[in-house]
Design a protein around this ligand. Sequence first.
Ligand code: BG6
Length: 464
Amino acid sequence: MAKEHKDGAAGVLAIFGISGDLAKKMTFRALYRLEATGKLKTPIVGVAIDDWDDEKLRAHAHEAVTATVSDPDDEVLGRLEARLSYVQGDYADDSTFERVREALKGAEHPVFYLEIPPFLFSTVVKGLGKAGLTEDAHVVIEKPFGHDLASAEALNAELCEVLTEEQILRIDHYLGKEPVMDITYLRFVNSILEPVWNREHISHVQMTIAEDFGVDDRGRFYDAVGAMRDVIQNHALQVLGLIAMEPPTGNHHDSIRDKKLELFKAMRTTDPHHYVRGQYEGFLDVKDVAPDSTTETFAAVELEIDNWRWSGVPFFIRAGKYMPAKSSEVTAVFRRPPLLGIGHGKTPEPNKVTFRIEPTPGSRMRMYAKKAGEEAFEPADLEVLFERIPGEDPEPYERLLGDAIAGRHTLFTRQDAIEETWRIVQPLLDDPGPVLPYAPGTWGPKEADELMRGVAHWSDPWLP
Ligand code: BG6
């Protein structure tokens, strides 16, 4: 069982890579929101190579918050800025970590957040270890954790020369999304779903993670990664874990992670014949993308689970850039009712339960009812929207950083699950097959439709 902080909260938060893009776009906004809700209580030490000082960091934070938060409160922003101090240094240089130690001022339970390029993770962790800073610490690691199964194992082995598994908090920001947590709640705090949530009643499950924009200025990062590594191995499989896992048992804090792991272990290693890759026309013109790149910006795959609940139920996932809509959702499609001559003898459509993560989180149960005045049926949806006040729920980075400093670790991914998810997709990385072109604004190459042939078709996303 994972160890939580001895007495809960961290005494200091140190952020490596504070001058980078992720910090600018996400971290300062998250810290501001934590400050505004009274959840930020520690000093924050920023570390980076840039020749900055405390004042420059504070000015940068001010600018980043002003750019990402609408109408920030001056007093809250002032409090956040007052927490910040800066350490300049090269991560390969021992003296950097000596300066970090001085800046921590002996605070207990430090949390180190590494938002730096992955090849620097183990350099920084070793530097921290050498400076004697890790004994009582937790280290938050950004995704991607590895590039495939072998590199994820190798990275973990390097980190574990210094840290224990319990000290490593691997981020998958999807797990910090409220509507992703809602999946567990809807499934297990209601008793009507569980009896039908299995192969007896569900014919297949489909998930879409679509974005209606391209790779933009992330060409260098994305060209080395592609849709399979960028969102399917991590975000999509973590969501699938929550959709398909067995009910958590007992009330101990690791029970959900244990059940997801059990599910991942039951998933078959994927078959490259059930995998379609696409690349949007124009991707090769994106800055820093290789002119002959075969990286996929769209991927669709069929997955299978060999357990009592799901055997024979296909799970389809598609994810892509430049799709017709921004939509992230999962739908369980039920078996059709028998043909009984009701509704002019038409074959009834199957019922569906959809969990919508983006946009406007919610859930919908698609039922059918009689069309007024006609012998026909029509959709009669039961819908619930999760957000009471838009924008008020904690955002993923706010939730995850808040959890890390408060000593709550259940939303971070464990190494055993990371290795299983890489194992599941590894054949697709080894034998990716051709990449097929698609026009921006479409649902990828038509071969993605073929993947479902004989089972169903991709549902149109449920949009507000
Ligand atoms: C990130 C990927 O992990 O998730 C991005 O690197 C993707 O390519 C993003 O756009 C999607 O998450 P969200 O929360 O922005 O919808």
